[in-house]
Design a protein around this ligand. Structure first.
Ligand code: MG
Length: 118
């Protein structure tokens, strides 16, 4: 599968990339929500891993923008954040996120969440 990893931390993008590539997946990256929309205007992916706290366009704003774009609305999104808050989780899920994973995460937990959610 081809993943888009959206996170403003290059270290986090590297960790996510390594985990997914190690499981045989292809990964492309974006630094924030707006950048992700740019990337998705020219490339398709099977799944999006989305940070919440980002400059320009945060994860919640990205989920709202994604809902309004038919070509993107069906791509599964997993939110990956340090903010372990029930209200944020519920908002993300109500905006169409398939899953909510809290950092720091174990590689196995990320892969299991993705596999069970797709
Ligand atoms: Mg961040």
């Amino acid at each position: 599968m081809k993943f888009l990893s959206v996170d403003d931390s290059s270290t986090m993008r590297k960790i996510i990339s390594l985990a997914l590539k190690g499981a045989g997946h292809e990964v492309i990256e974006a630094e924030h929500g707006k950048h992700a929309l740019d990337v998705l205007s020219s490339q398709t992916v099977d799944c999006i891993i989305l940070d919440v706290n980002m400059p320009e366009m945060n994860g919640i704003e990205f989920l709202k923008a994604r809902k309004a774009i038919p070509a993107l609305a069906s791509i599964p999104v997993f939110v990956l954040t340090t903010q372990d808050e029930e209200a944020l989780k519920q908002e993300a899920l109500s905006l169409g996120a398939k899953g909510f994973i809290v950092k720091p995460f174990q590689k196995e937990a990320l892969l299991a969440a993705i596999n069970s959610g797709i």
